[in-house]
Design a protein around this ligand. Structure first.
Ligand code: SF4
Ligand code: SF4
Length: 107
């Protein structure tokens, strides 16, 4: 399992049924230690394996909660962000990315 990848296998849920291995259109899944693991370099992120897995062991990475928490922290430090967010969310994200202070905190 590699939760840093967009599509990953929850190893504890995988039943080793090979369905995703058979159905992946680009053969980007291999079985490792009894779990069907995605090969990130080969995966085209079509999401098909997440649909066919009978036990929902194939997952799509979800950073929404983390992003919301980050936004809340930013809002506490910079209350003006709230206004920007309400007027144009896309602009807010663009400004955060362009903000050298945000860039520095990422490093
Ligand atoms: S997302 Fe698509 S390409 Fe990637 S492993 Fe799943 S089925 Fe294969
Ligand atoms: S379809 Fe689901 S349970 Fe079957 S091998 Fe793939 S991840 Fe495991």
């Amino acid at each position: 399992m590699n939760r840093m990848e967009p599509i990953y296998t929850e190893k504890t849920q995988c039943q080793d049924c090979y369905k995703c291995v058979r159905e992946c259109p680009v053969k980007a899944i291999k079985v490792v230690d009894g779990s069907a693991m995605v090969i990130p370099e080969a995966c085209i992120l079509c999401g098909h394996c997440t649909e066919v897995c009978p036990v929902h062991a194939k997952k799509i990475r979800d950073d929404l909660d983390e992003a919301k928490a980050l936004l809340e922290r930013v809002k506490k430090k910079h209350p003006e962000v709230e206004v920007l967010q309400q007027t144009n969310p896309a602009t807010l994200v663009e400004r955060m990315i362009a903000d050298p202070n945000v860039q520095q905190r990422r490093l």
